[in-house]
Design a protein around this ligand. Structure first.
Ligand code: ADP
Length: 286
């Protein structure tokens, strides 16, 4: 599956521009992490990709066919977990997935449902009513319905919200496995979610794409702009963490120009993300 986005813009009826002329190519197999602050335009991009919204400008082509002509094809190959996902509280997990499988036109739904229930660790909750589930378990049901029918294109809008650390690791592995032969687009606020598994990262802000590339490229882009120092910085800088050590407090900072008393260290993906956002804020201020 390949998706080509050209000059895509989306302005809502209230005049708010959520996407501003973005262009992008995605193809399977790939696991793409979508990062960006609240309001960056991530959910809008995902909704446009599912044809739930129509863009005000630009085009989306799926396997070289315009999305409005490929909508049926796309929907038959799409698994989508939106940010807010309504579950039918009175149904059991199995009944809900059976209903979703019917909507997707899946034949032999029982074995398909059994598979996604096992993949999302919901076997024990199979007969539980959805209203009795915890937030994390409900999120797992949302992920399970997206996986129904083994779709070639998966879109997850903040799938790990509400999951505990152990569950997050489980789902990271599941997404990574799925991406072996699929296109997976994953939006998240949690950098560790993308660091270990994504082979492409997109960073968005104010409806624009600030960065598109591999996690390694993003880390390299912050090289020389991350440092550590003890005590107070000699010049103003953004301190990103403080660690108590035997010698005192060790501060980590990200800055265009590091304080003179800072020792340069290798950036992490989180440092690189903060550096990118910092440069963006400075651009807006100047
Ligand atoms: P993100 O998913 O990155 O948090 P969104 O795509 O939800 O960002 O939102 C991008 C911008 O569009 C925000 O400023 C948001 O307030 C605005 N927006 C989102 N949905 C609507 C809507 N239905 N009507 C008007 N504005 C919207």
């Amino acid at each position: 599956m390949n998706i080509n986005i050209t000059g895509l813009s989306m302005t809502y009826p209230n005049g708010k521009t959520a996407l501003d002329n973005i262009s992008l190519h995605m193809e399977s197999p790939h696991l793409i992490g979508l990062l960006g602050p609240n309001g960056a335009g991530k959910s809008t991009l995902m909704k446009l990709l599912t044809a739930a919204l129509l863009p005000t400008k630009g085009s989306i082509r799926v396997n070289d066919t315009p999305l409005d002509k490929a909508e049926r094809l796309l929907k038959s190959q799409l698994g989508y977990l939106p940010q807010s996902f309504g579950l039918y509280d009175e149904l059991t997990v199995f009944q809900f997935l059976d209903y979703m499988a019917a909507l997707k036109g899946i034949r032999d739904s029982k074995s398909t449902i059994d598979r996604v229930i096992a993949q999302t660790n919901l076997t024990e909750k199979r007969r539980a009513q959805i209203r009795t589930l915890s937030g994390g378990q409900r999120q797992r049901v949302g992920i399970a319905q997206a996986l129904l029918g083994n779709p070639a294109f998966l879109i997850f809008d903040e799938p790990t919200v509400g999951l505990d650390p152990e569950e997050r690791v489980h789902f990271r592995n599941l997404f990574s496995q799925a991406a072996q032969d699929k296109l997976v687009l994953l939006s998240t606020h949690i950098i560790e979610d993308v660091q270990s598994i994504c082979n492409q990262i997109l960073v968005m802000n104010h409806g624009n794409i600030l960065f598109s590339g591999t996690p390694e490229d993003m880390i390299v882009s912050a090289s020389g702009h991350v440092g550590v120092f003890e005590g107070a910085p000699e010049t103003d800088c953004e301190i990103t963490s403080r660690i108590n050590t035997a010698k005192g407090i060790l501060c980590r900072c990200v800055a265009e120009k590091l304080p003179r008393n800072a020792r340069k260290v290798e950036p992490t993906l989180e440092d690189a993300y903060l550096y990118l956002m910092q440069k963006e804020t400075e651009k807006c201020v100047s």
